[in-house]
Design a protein around this ligand. Structure first.
Ligand code: FE2
Length: 420
């Protein structure tokens, strides 16, 4: 009997689950007893979402048998989703290999303790590069382009003294919040931010070479022919894709990333980044992920719900941000709404799209949530600035949490990534 209350949410016509993910719904203090009983009976896990000192609600992960339509469809349908910039979860994408890489993953997890200061970062790099590397550490500078969050930036040159693109690696905090110890290590080349979208093959290859030296566990993903063949089968690119500008993430409890996308405004043609593959290698993260078009539609629906008097306190609580006023204007102009969502931090709508638990729960109940565990991956397509997969990340484990994120670019730009 209790199942009916749950089915009413899962089978709602308007729910569009992330395919490949286990179903997730939000749960609230005032939910009726029948619904709570159903969640207890069919729930596989409960996630309390907290990020940067703000509580974003409680999600319950459910038995995947309850939502058959969320299964990963055949490749032709997956490709359609990619063309729509809808995310796909690749459950267990690299699970079978984790045990073979446990030593590297253990070391990667421990790196969090070393790299949080410029001196620690430099010592860690020197230990990782070792002798015989084609790259030499030139210098480590405290800080970086992001003055508030960057801890240190390391610059590299070719060990043989020859000219060539100059890759860099930088470590930075994910936020300035005191309670968030999350770090990330980004790699790139040239000047930030001018070269962030630069497809130059020599630069891309030098960056990948540096990332391989610093993050040996990268080979676990990079050299996975079956994984890249599966990505090529569904991608919007006519050519094979390869990994670009890897980023390592150490998400810590209370941390995570606000809503954002990984598209570069300047490049929308065949040389662009076609998406991002995020691979969870230790611990778990909870996600909201959906296309720009989906988020625009959800915001229009949320505006209508506010009109009907739902969550009346939000007008007062978001009053100083201008977000609801912006939505009131933009809800009647889809193009302008998509433009706004493409802006850094989603422009004037940032305070609303990151608002929990109200908007977070609204999106989760409409199917846009997922939890990734070690071995899982999420594919975040990017078809340009106004059609990309927007995503918001929470830490969903108390212990170690480590992940790699790879840009996906035409393989002719990044070279062969499958040698080892
Ligand atoms: Fe991202």
């Amino acid at each position: 009997m209790s199942r009916a209350a749950l089915d009413a949410v899962l089978a709602a016509e308007d729910r569009t689950p992330i395919e490949g993910a286990d179903p997730i719904v939000s749960v609230h203090e005032d939910d009726d007893a029948e619904y709570v009983a159903a969640l207890e009976e069919y729930g596989l896990g409960v996630h309390e979402l907290e990020r940067r000192g703000h509580w974003h609600g409680r999600w319950v992960e459910l038995d995947p048998e309850l939502e058959p339509r969320a299964r990963l469809p055949r490749p032709a349908i997956c490709r359609r989703r990619v063309l729509e910039a809808r995310p796909l979860v690749l459950r267990g994408a690299v699970s079978a290999k984790l045990s073979d890489w446990r030593n590297e993953l253990f070391a990667a997890d421990r790196a969090l303790e070393s790299i949080g200061t410029p001196a620690g970062f430099e010592a860690w790099i020197r230990a990782r590069l070792g002798r015989g590397s084609a790259l030499r550490l030139e210098r480590v500078e405290p800080g970086g382009v992001d003055a508030e969050r960057d801890v240190a930036t390391a610059h590299f040159v070719r060990a043989d003294g020859s000219d060539g693109p100059r890759p860099w690696a930088k470590v930075g905090r994910l936020s300035t919040h005191d309670g968030d110890a999350s770090l990330r290590l980004r790699t790139g080349f040239g000047n930030e931010p001018d070269d962030d979208a630069n497809p130059s093959p020599p630069g891309q290859r030098a960056t990948l070479s540096l990332a391989r030296a610093l993050l040996p566990e990268l080979a676990l993903v990079n050299d996975d022919k079956a994984l890249f063949a599966a990505i090529d089968e569904v991608s919007a690119c006519d050519e094979p894709l390869g990994p670009a500008c890897p980023i390592a993430y150490w998400n810590r409890p209370g941390g995570g990333a606000l809503f954002h996308h990984d598209a570069f405004e300047a490049v929308e043609g065949p040389d662009r980044q076609f998406g991002v593959l995020y691979v969870q290698l230790a611990g778990a993260t909870a996600w909201l992920a959906l296309s720009t078009t989906q988020l625009a539609r959800r915001l229009e629906q949320f505006a209508a719900a506010l009109d009907e008097g739902e969550v009346p306190w939000l007008r007062e609580q978001l009053g100083g941000t201008g977000a609801l006023e912006a939505l009131e204007t933009l809800r009647h102009d889809r193009f302008a709404l998509l433009e706004e969502l493409g802006l850094p931090g989603q422009g004037r709508l940032g305070a609303l799209v990151n608002r929990g638990p109200e908007f977070t729960a609204f999106l989760a109940d409409l199917g846009h949530a997922a939890v990734l565990r070690a071995g899982d991956a999420i594919l975040l397509p990017n078809n340009g600035w106004r059609s990309t997969a927007l995503h918001s990340v929470y830490c969903a484990s108390n212990a170690s949490n480590y992940a790699l994120s790879l840009g996906l670019r035409p393989r002719r730009q990044v070279g062969s990534a499958r040698r080892r």
